[in-house]
Design a protein around this ligand. Structure first.
Ligand code: KIV
Length: 272
């Protein structure tokens, strides 16, 4: 088994902050099930995100919007059964925190009680301030998410780079400062210019984790299916592929089919 990290202690929100302070980059990757979460944790990942991208890569939906709270809790529980070291963040799905802060709190409490995860993540800035404050008041750590926020895709109209214009960039910086001020322990910045992300890093002290936000941030997050090459149809510029699992899996499955059809499998040693 190969692992990059020697330190086997459980990762906490405090430890992420210390990593930022000493300039150690934070690694973060999504996982949605027990088996993959176990491998990712054993490899030494700092943060595992049970992302609502499960909607796309696990359920085959076009957007993240259909994901329900029950589905996120199912994925969160599966991941938590496997993870020993990484900090586990569960995404609050669309419609569970935007309406009112009481509903946001009860959704976050269900996630924490039923999954045993370490914290929640939700999308947006000043618009969801009240919800974040209420969740934080209950002692639940919150990770923010700004820039391209996929739950707002119908408002944006496309998945192109956000905050290229000064007005949107200004709001993003203000939102990042607000999230820090009200107590978010970290912020994900998705698909924004690298220069803007680096500006946010200078202006806030909590860890900034980027996806398509350049190298000037405190850590990186990717969707597991994308970086392992399971989902080959998705190839944005920011994505680096570390494996070609789609080829490995289809070749292995095709070989199995051939072995079954030709009665090569099972052989004498593979039976009782
Ligand atoms: O749901 C998800 O996978 C995410 C990442 C893209 C950050 O929110």
């Amino acid at each position: 088994m190969s692992t990059y990290v020697e330190d086997k202690r459980k990762v906490t929100t405090r430890r992420l902050f210390e990593m930022k302070q000493r300039g150690e980059k934070i690694s973060m990757l999504t996982a949605y099930d027990y088996s993959m979460a176990k491998l990712i944790d054993e490899a030494g990942m700092d943060v595992i995100l049970v992302g609502d991208s499960a909607s796309n890569v696990m359920a085959g939906n076009v957007t993240t919007l259909p994901m329900t709270l029950d589905q996120m809790i199912y994925h969160g529980k599966s991941v938590m059964r496997a993870v020993k070291r990484a900090l586990v963040v569960v995404d609050m799905p669309f419609g569970t925190y935007q309406g009112n802060s009481k509903e946001a709190l009860s959704s976050a409490i269900r996630i924490m009680k039923e999954t045993h995860a370490d914290c929640v993540k939700l999308e947006g800035g000043s618009e969801v301030r009240e919800s974040i404050e209420r969740i934080l008041c209950a002692g639940i750590p919150v990770m923010g998410h700004l820039g391209l926020t996929p739950q707002s895709i119908n408002k944006f109209g496309s998945y192109t780079v956000r905050a290229r214009e000064e007005a949107e960039a200004k709001k993003l910086v203000e939102d990042a400062k607000l999230l820090e001020e009200i107590g978010c322990f970290a912020i994900v910045l998705e698909k924004i210019p690298a220069e803007l992300a680096a500006r946010v890093v200078k202006e806030v002290s909590v860890p900034i984790i980027g996806i398509g936000a350049g190298g000037g941030v405190d850590g990186q997050v990717l969707v597991m299916h994308d970086m392992l090459g399971i989902n080959k149809g998705f190839s944005p510029r920011f994505l680096r592929r570390y494996a070609d699992l789609s080829t490995i899996i289809t070749d292995a499955v095709a070989k199995y089919i051939e072995d079954v059809k030709t009665a090569d499998f099972p052989n004498e040693k593979e039976q009782y």
